[in-house]
Design a binder for this molecule. Sequence first.
Ligand code: UD1
Ligand code: UDP
Length: 395
Amino acid sequence: MSKKLKVMTIIGTRPEAIKMFPVIREMERYPEKIKPFVVLTGQHTGMLKQMHTFFKIKEDYNLNIMSYGQDLFTVSSRIISRFKKVLERFKPDLLLVQGDTTTVFISALSAFYLKIPVAHIEAGLRSFNKYQPFPEEINRRLTSSLSDLHFAPTVKDKNNLVREGVSPENIFVTGNTVVDAVSMVLEKETNAGGGLLKRLNFRPPLNPILTKEGKGEVVDKNIILVTAHRRENFGKPLQNICKALKIIAKRYPEYRVIYPVHPNPNVRNTVYSELKDISGISLTRPLSYGDFIHLMKISSLILTDSGGIQEEACVLGKPVLILRDVTERPGVIDAGIGRIIGSKTEDIIAETSKLIKKFNSNKSKIQNLKSKVQKPFGDGRAGERIVKVILKRLG
Ligand code: UD1
Ligand code: UDP
């Protein structure tokens, strides 16, 4: 029997778990050829555990690096000092990393120090702005320098890599694995709509305007779904976002703002102190992936600074207002799904109002742009393509 290929995937944060999952599942289809290992840095704990429970991912090792209010120095130094012995113990033939977090860059650097090949999933995205997103733009560029195989979601991402001198024969356009993940959720789960809202039991209870006449039942319409967690928005910008949400909630009482709040204390403290107990706004803990995708599906509009949620909005055909000044995902804009609006209070109110007026004049309850979407991030088979390349190049 020929030797199995030892492929180690490393996961640190919520989006990495979501986007790595389809690749792990695909590798499990080749038990005779691949021996997969899953290592967690534990850059996130609670949110990662939530994703692992949802996807039923089993880890082989956890570096357990997270500390409350950690900064980039603690995260980086803990990963680099703890990952070496794991790499030496498991001796992988390949390290798979996904995205642009500190877990990605530092684990790729660690593998490089031990001359272990690295494959980078979601490679080639560029905002061309060193500090936005910070530190992700530079994490991504440095990871490209350390990688041997580059899995680019789109042709534009591939071209960015080629311009930086990466050999085209090591770049593979695969689509984004987030499309695979969304498809898996939609196939699996049916618990959407009113049932979902009832189960999630948002506090304060959903507005009476969101109830069916006389029955007090929550129905799935007129939801503005919000997330914001990026470093560029800490402090004043996040306060401005919250101020805008308060005004929107007051001006449009027929809409409910639902905001699953990221546990980062820089986010949580600001959001809860600004928006707790505001009529028309429900704050909630982070939701499980299935619940979040279904909530996106029944929302009218999404306001976010998240990268992954923009991509998912494209899959689901939901309009998304992007709470950032630049993007490394131009496909969202080109598809007619997203608009960059930054984090100024008046801009957020103006752009949201514009969309709400458009919805109201169309008399449509649940907004959907599906007809416009050109699937910029692929067809849901990225995981399959990535594993095929790995087997061909290393198997
Ligand atoms: C990180 C990534 C960012 C990614 C985001 C996804 C870096 C530099 N940043 O940012 O690219 O978009 O994850 O969410 O890699 N915390 C918890 N429980 C959790 C997760 C976080 O309590 O499950 C709190 C902890 O206090 C932690 C803090 O959040 O110290 C910050 O976590 P960290 O991973 O450093 O940064 P994020 O802002 O989450
Ligand atoms: N997400 C989730 N539950 C939530 C909020 C987000 O499962 O309550 C998912 C979302 O569907 C997306 C991912 O988390 O796939 C985005 O993660 P995050 O915004 O933390 O990171 P980013 O994409 O900005 O790196």
